[in-house]
Design a protein around this ligand. Structure first.
Ligand code: COA
Length: 132
C-alpha cells in the first residue's frame, strides 16, 4: 500500500477518522464507518493503529472504548471487524475484552510475508445492550 493509498483508505467518504494525541503528538488513530452500504449500513466497521513505540500503554483500549461509544452515539446496532489476522494476539485479546466474539474463520485468507497462508477471523459485537 502506498502512502497515498493508505491515506485514501483512512479518509474515505462516509468514514469518521479519529486521532489519539499525547502531548501534541499523534500516537494512535482509528476509523469508524458503516460496514456495508444500504441494508447493511446499521452495522459499523472500525480499524485501529497505535504507533509502535506507544503500544502496550492502554491507547488501543481507550480508542476501542471511545469507538464503541461513538458507534452508539451514531446509532449503529452492532460492530463488525472483517479481517482480524489470527496471529494478531494482542488485538484479538483486546477485542474479546471489549465484548467481541469470533463469529467466523476465513481459512488461509491472509498471505503472511513469512508464515504462509493463515486464517482470518470475523469478529462481532452487538451495541444494543451493554455486555462488554
Ligand atoms: C492492536 C493495537 C491497536 C493495540 O493497541 P495498544 O495501545 O498496544 O493496546 P493497549 O495498550 O490498550 O492494550 C490493550 C490490550 O491489548 C492486549 N495487548 C497489548 N499489548 C500486548 C502484547 N504485547 N501482547 C499481548 N497482548 C497485548 C492486552 O490484552 C491489553 O490489555 P491488558 O493490558 O489488560 O492485558 C496495536 O497493537 C496496533 O496498532 N497493532 C497494529 C495494528 C493492528 O493490529 N490493528 C488491529 C487490527 S484488527
Amino acid at each position: 500500500l502506498s502512502r497515498e493509498e493508505a491515506l485514501g483508505y483512512w479518509f474515505e467518504a462516509d468514514t469518521q477518522t479519529y486521532v489519539a494525541e499525547d502531548a501534541g503528538r499523534a500516537v494512535g488513530t482509528y476509523i469508524l464507518r458503516p460496514n456495508e452500504s444500504g441494508g447493511g449500513s446499521h452495522v459499523a466497521n472500525a480499524a485501529f493503529m497505535v504507533a509502535p513505540e506507544a503500544r502496550g500503554q492502554g491507547i488501543g483500549r481507550a480508542m476501542g472504548e471511545h469507538c464503541l461509544s461513538e458507534a452508539r452515539r451514531l446509532s449503529f446496532r452492532a460492530m463488525q471487524f472483517n479481517f482480524v489476522v489470527s496471529t494478531n494476539e494482542s488485538a484479538i485479546r483486546l477485542w474479546k475484552q471489549l465484548g467481541f466474539k469470533i463469529v467466523g474463520t476465513l481459512p488461509g485468507a491472509f498471505r503472511h510475508p513469512e508464515k504462509d497462508y493463515i486464517d482470518v477471523y470475523i469478529m462481532h459485537r452487538s451495541l444494543l445492550e451493554d455486555h462488554a
